[in-house]
Design a protein around this ligand. Structure first.
Ligand code: C2E
Ligand code: MG
Ligand code: MG
Ligand code: MG
Length: 287
């Protein structure tokens, strides 16, 4: 199965490869090489603030372009990296690239929060806080411009450890989001224990938004839950204008999805940022 994305990106990777151990081993070796070479990249997907109609942040997403196999989707290499321990190296690389880019936008006068996906093993390592401290320092990046996304399932793996690492991150001013909310079967009573800023509604809740009344009811309930806990709420996977309008009507704070923009390389995103991104208050630029 080959899938064209945006006309120019071609996925040569196919599902059959996932099942073969030999191919897994091969892919693991290739991922090691990719981490040492120049094959990995980070793309950024904007988040639109529905109150201001401005882009207030972006999500950093890992991308792997293999010289022979083409684009390999994160759904293939992230789980592989998690199984093989390569996620530590990959996660650190993405975090560094994201902080460097965030600092660059900050220097250009933008106020763009960059969100980075964090795997369970990165939280469990106990090194994350130290790593974040170093990166913020090194790049002169205000902590509020960094957000970390943790999935519901990641947080549930070790609730105590997650809570304590999150508290340390939050003390520094780093923003925290719960990702793919609604898919991880976490007990709702846990939700209030995690020090969070943002709840990301999984895109599976939106898929049939236009046709299904029940789906809309669930989305509405999740937004109310998030707001009840004092969190901002973002809907991911927004592809159609009527979804955006429905979410606006439900009081959703932010939307992210192909309707706004696909994830893009920083340079490709620049025109959209020039037009729509929040700018920070400076002496030159009082508004
Ligand atoms: P996620 O964090 O939930 O990221 C959102 C995914 O939805 C991204 O897929 C994004 O490209 C896709 N998406 C965004 N808008 C739309 C839309 O309107 N329609 C559809 N159909 N899809 C949309 P992507 O980039 O393939 O990443 C998949 C998952 O891989 C991510 O889900 C995240 O869990 C993981 N991932 C990606 N990069 C990293 C990383 O650096 N570290 C870790 N630990 N995980 C990562
Ligand atoms: Mg995410
Ligand atoms: Mg998500
Ligand atoms: Mg998701």
């Amino acid at each position: 199965r080959s899938k064209a994305l945006g006309g120019h990106q071609v996925h040569v990777y196919n599902d059959a490869m996932r099942q073969s151990n030999l191919e897994q081993l091969h892919l693991e070796q290739e991922l090691r090489l990719a981490l040492e070479g120049q094959q990995l990249a980070v793309h950024f997907q904007p988040k639109l603030d529905l109150a201001t109609q401005r882009i207030s942040g972006v999500e950093a997403l890992a991308r792997w372009h293999h010289p022979d196999m083409g684009w390999i989707p994160p759904s293939a290499f992230i789980p592989l990296a998690e199984r093989t321990g390569l996620i530590h190296q990959l996660g650190s690389w993405v975090l560094e690239a994201a902080c460097a880019q965030a600092a660059h936008w900050f220097e250009q006068g933008y106020s763009i929060q960059v969100a980075v996906n964090i795997a369970a093993q990165q939280i469990e390592s106990g090194q994350l806080v130290h790593e974040v401290d170093q990166l913020l320092n090194q790049h002169g990046l205000p902590a509020q411009l960094l957000q970390l996304e943790l999935t519901e399932s990641t947080l549930m793996e070790d609730v105590e450890a997650s809570v304590s690492e999150m508290q340390r991150l939050r003390q520094r001013g780093v923003s925290l989001a719960i990702d793919d909310f609604g898919t991880g079967y976490s007990s709702l009573s846990y939700l209030q224990r995690f020090p969070l800023d943002l709840l990301k509604i999984d895109r599976s809740f939106l898929q049939t938004q236009q046709t299904s009344h029940q789906q809309g009811t669930l989305t509405q309930a999740i937004i109310a839950l998030g707001h009840g806990l004092g969190l901002k709420v973002v809907a991911e996977g927004v592809e159609y204008a009527d979804q955006l309008e429905a979410l606006r009507g439900l009081g959703c704070d932010y939307v992210q999805g192909y309707l706004i923009s696909r994830p893009l390389a920083a340079e490709q995103l620049q025109p959209l940022l020039v037009e729509k991104a929040d700018r920070r208050v400076t002496q030159d630029n009082p508004l």
